[in-house]
Design a protein around this ligand. Structure first.
Ligand code: ASP
Length: 326
């Protein structure tokens, strides 16, 4: 059988960053093009026929709903393109956990979709981008990667977009799925899927689609801390279609916050500011809220936003079903 064909969608981030030779800080993100990324790892040409598109070139914190929809729509188009077998998206690591999960929810795709990035710019000593790109191509061409959730491949590890998040500001092993495991590992040219993933519904089986969607609902995350001003919560509720509370411990907050949540008509999803664990229905302080299960606040915001597409009046019962399913 001939080589498979992989489309690299370049979007920016540190993997396309450069700075002073040998330095891992103080660099500029999103300076290199898709072409120079590919040229820096000639070995990927042995793995697949490589095509590339520069969709945009941004630090991932600057990505708005416009670029996000552009990216998701392009992935949907590539699913229908018979000349493409797999998709690799180079992306900044800061918000990769959110944008990959968004694609996991809204893209009608069975082909492998792999996000990758790097923690060090191309000009640092031991830049991690080249190996991450190489390993992403390996995964995107692997037969077992079909029908998987949207994935992240970094530092020898294959992660599920539903569970992974950035855990360190500088470590190359920053992407982890605290306590929830990974999908597989990569060593040299070998890809080993160690898990089939959890039972959550994703991509081609998801009920969420973005055909014709030009604007996404507005969702805000409000962080509770000791003596946190209830006005921040009120402001978020007034100015958003839905709110995610990053509560303390198992989603807790003060009696002042509880009063506001008890009385709002907007959907409020309760998550935890701790890095792991679950929120159970029994521990919800307000019955007028929804438990995020184990999604962290920023991932819960993605799911709530998607749940409200074309349906701003979705009931709390239905949003609760969605949080148990996705
Ligand atoms: N600030 C960068 C970004 O997310 C960080 C990175 O790519 O690692 O675009």
């Amino acid at each position: 059988m001939g080589k498979k064909t992989v489309m690299i969608l370049a979007t920016g981030g540190t993997i396309a960053g450069s700075g002073k030779a040998g330095r891992g800080v103080g660099y500029k993100v999103a300076t290199l093009t898709a072409e120079s990324l590919i040229e820096s790892v000639p070995q990927i040409q042995d793995l697949a026929n490589i095509k590339a598109e520069q969709l945009f070139n941004l630090g991932s914190d600057n990505i708005t709903q416009d670029e996000l929809l552009q990216l998701a729509n392009r992935v949907n188009e590539l699913e229908k393109d018979d000349s493409i077998d797999g998709i690799v998206i180079t992306h900044g690591t800061d918000t990769m956990e959110e944008n990959s999960y968004f694609l996991n929810l809204v893209c009608d795709v069975r082909k492998p979709v792999v996000f990758t990035g790097s923690m060090r710019p191309a000009t640092a000593i031991s830049a991690d981008g080249p190996l991450n790109l190489y390993q992403s191509i390996l995964v995107a061409t692997h037969d077992d990667a079909v029908d998987k959730p949207v994935m992240c491949v970094m530092s020898d590890t294959i992660l599920d977009s539903r569970t992974f998040f950035k855990t360190s500001t500088f470590s190359v092993e920053t992407m982890k799925s605290a306590g929830l495991g990974h999908l597989g590992i990569i060593r040299d040219q070998e890809v080993i899927f160690t898990s089939k993933g959890d039972k959550s519904i994703h991509t081609s089986k998801s009920e969420f689609r973005i055909d014709g969607v030009k604007k996404l609902p507005k969702v805000s995350v409000v962080y509770f801390h000791i003596d946190a001003d209830v006005k921040n919560l009120e402001f978020a509720l007034e100015n958003s279609d839905g709110v995610v509370v990053a509560g303390a411990g198992e989603g807790s907050f003060s009696r002042f916050w509880r009063e506001v949540i008890d009385n709002t008509k907007k959907p409020v999803v309760i998550s935890s500011r701790t890095a792991s664990g679950t929120i159970s229905e029994e521990s919800l302080l307000s019955k007028n809220s929804i438990a995020t299960q184990f999604l962290n606040p920023q991932k819960a915001a993605v799911l709530l936003r998607v749940a409200l597409i074309n349906n701003l009046k979705r009931s709390n019962e239905d949003i609760d079903r969605i949080f148990r399913t996705y």
